[in-house]
Design a protein around this ligand. Structure first.
Ligand code: HEC
Length: 218
C-alpha cells in the first residue's frame, strides 16, 4: 500500500495540533505555496506523486467498499441461516409476556369470529411456549408441556370446526395449565384468566390471587 496519503495526513495533523519547537518558517514552493520540506520532494516530483497518491486513494476506497459489501453480505447470510451472532437468549419473563399477549389475541380472534387469526395465534403461542422449554428446560420441563400439547390439539380442533363452546372449554384448560405451572414455579401471584374485558392485558388478574371458590365462579 503506498504510504503517501497516510504520511501526508500525519504531517498535516502534526502541524495543526502540535507545536514541536520554535517556529521556523519552512521553505515554500514559489508556485503553489505548499511546504516542500513537508514532503521532502522537489516541486515537479511532488506533482507526479500527487497523481499517484490520488490513484492510490481511489484504489484504497474501492477496496474498502468491496470489503464493506462482502461484510454486510456475510452478516445477512448469517442472519438468514438462523445463526445468532450475539447469542441472545430471551429472558423467560419476556417470553411469557409474549405468550400472555397471544393468549389474549387467541381469545379475541375467536370471539370476533376470525378463525384463521385464531389458528395463527395458537401456533404462535405454542411455539413460544416450546421455545421457553428449549431455553429453560429446568423451569419449563418438556414433561410439563405434554399436557399443553393435548390441549393445543383440542383448541386446534375447535378452531377448525368453528366451535366456540368447545373452544371455551379447551381455552379454560389452557389457562389452568398456565396457572398450574406458575404455582409450581413459586409464581402463584401470576394468575392468568380468560380475558375479562376488551383489553389485551385483561387476561391477568392484577389483584390478589382468588380463592378456590372464586376461581370456580370464573
Ligand atoms: C411450564 C411452566 C409455565 C407455563 C406452562 C406457563 N408459564 Fe408463564 N411463567 C412461568 C414462569 C417460571 C414465570 C416466571 C418467570 C420469572 O420469574 O422470570 C412465568 C411468568 C409469566 C408471566 C409474567 C411475566 C412478566 O414479566 O410480567 C406471565 C404474564 C405469564 N407467565 C403468562 C403465561 C401464560 C398466559 C401461560 C399460558 C398460556 C403461561 N404463562 C404458561 C412458567 C410457565
Amino acid at each position: 500500500m503506498p504510504r503517501f496519503p497516510t504520511g501526508l495526513a500525519f504531517r498535516y495533523s502534526l502541524e495543526i495540533n502540535q507545536s514541536i519547537g520554535p517556529f521556523v518558517p519552512r521553505p515554500r514552493c514559489p508556485q503553489c505555496a505548499f511546504s516542500l520540506r513537508n514532503l521532502g520532494l522537489s516541486h515537479d516530483a511532488r506533482l507526479v506523486n500527487f497523481g499517484a497518491a490520488m490513484r492510490a486513494l481511489i484504489n484504497f476506497l474501492g477496496i474498502m467498499l468491496v470489503v464493506l459489501l462482502i461484510g454486510s453480505a456475510i452478516s445477512v447470510a448469517q442472519e438468514n441461516s438462523g445463526q445468532r451472532l450475539t447469542g441472545y437468549v430471551p429472558r423467560l419473563s419476556d417470553l411469557m409476556v409474549v405468550i400472555q399477549i397471544r393468549h389474549s389475541k387467541l381469545f379475541y380472534a375467536v370471539k370476533r369470529g376470525n378463525w384463521p387469526l385464531a389458528d395463527f395465534e395458537l401456533e404462535q403461542l405454542t411455539s413460544t411456549l416450546k421455545e421457553a422449554g428449549t431455553y429453560y428446560p429446568k423451569t419449563v420441563p418438556s414433561s410439563d408441556l405434554t399436557g399443553s400439547t393435548e390441549i393445543k390439539n383440542a383448541i386446534a380442533e375447535a378452531i377448525k370446526a368453528k366451535d366456540e363452546a368447545n373452544f371455551d372449554q379447551s381455552f379454560a384448560q389452557l389457562t389452568a395449565e398456565c396457572n398450574r405451572c406458575h404455582e409450581a414455579a413459586d409464581r402463584a401471584f401470576i394468575f392468568i384468566r380468560r380475558p375479562a374485558f376488551p383489553s389485551t392485558f385483561s387476561n391477568q388478574l392484577y389483584g390478589p390471587r382468588p380463592t378456590e371458590q372464586q376461581k370456580r365462579g370464573h
